[in-house]
Design a protein around this ligand. Sequence first.
Ligand SMILES: *Cc1c(COP(=O)(O)O)cnc(C)c1O
Length: 376
Amino acid sequence: MQTKLNSVDFERLNAYMKKAEERSEHFIGYPIARDFDYSELYPLLKLPLNNVGDPQVESTYDLNSRSLEQEVLQFFAQLFNAPENNWWGYVTNGGSEGNLYGLYVARELYPNGIVYYSESTHYSVQKNIQLLNLRSIVISTEENGEMDYNDLKQMIQMHRDQPVIILANIGTTMTEAKDDLIEIKKILRQLAVKNHYIHCDAALAGTYSAVLDLKPGFDFTCGSDSLAISGHKFIGSPIPCGLVLVKKNYKERIGRSIPYIGTVDTTITGSRNGHSPVFLWYAIKKMGIDGLRQRALESLEVAAYAVEKLNEMGISAWRNPSALTVVFPQPSLKLCLKWQIATENGQSHIICMPGITRKKIDEFVSDLVTEMELVV
Ligand SMILES: *Cc1c(COP(=O)(O)O)cnc(C)c1O
């Protein structure tokens, strides 16, 4: 391999790196923690780590981080109260892959099942449902983004002869609304639905909700059959990643032994990132439950501060209970681009993930105020 970039390409790379630095200074619209420091792990970037196949079955591809991945899985299995000796999971490329896996397991159990998910659900779920060729019904939502349980009940009632697969949101993308498993299970009971499966999309809020033990709960003791989280959101990682956990007896319908990799092909992708499990391992070891809890509390305070600041300026900002997502009417396109703020149906949000400071909120609010003054 050529040892050096030519000067044009060197300039090009430098310009890109500068731009990325600048963009990272104005990054409050997506749920991505920014307070991580993985520099101790940089030597690993020299190695082609690959966790191909099942994390619990050793592979002849021995240049992997399986042993650390298993500790990460153990940590989250405990956090989400997975049934002892009856859980399985792996570190994914992100929440979307975890949701795909959960729905895949559900389909293997209930090939005729119908997936019920709310209209506030992440866009990737619909694609996953299509990929799996599952039937589905979209449920309407309340103003705050939470599933309308009356609509859910009616829809299930109309299809009582089919197994029910619930895709519950533990923090919707736009407003961080949480579907209530207690309400959902009540409906399943009232309608005497015997064959059902609940997958929780906890990509956004799963980790901090569990660490803070927020109610209503959504873990395995609360009725989840599987759940997915993102690792690069609240925990933080330079590479997108996530984690899926399922009940082991369900998952055993999936996966075959592949002599070439000397392990079992139980995951969605073939090669799997071997670095991201190390990032996750490092983060949870460094912070521990107490550190994660403290970090979550600090972020909640920043979110409360953001709502207060915006309200003071006459902007009707609000957030769901214990949410890091602050919702407000869409500002100008210019501001949305500058601060990388996602907008849907006239609603925008900032997400006060770890690393977003009061100072950053002040900067943003000051931009907003300047804009309002220009309009007046
Ligand atoms: C981010 C997110 C996803 C997708 O997760 P990725 O890690 O981006 O694949 C799914 N659902 C919700 C609610 C999310 O916030």
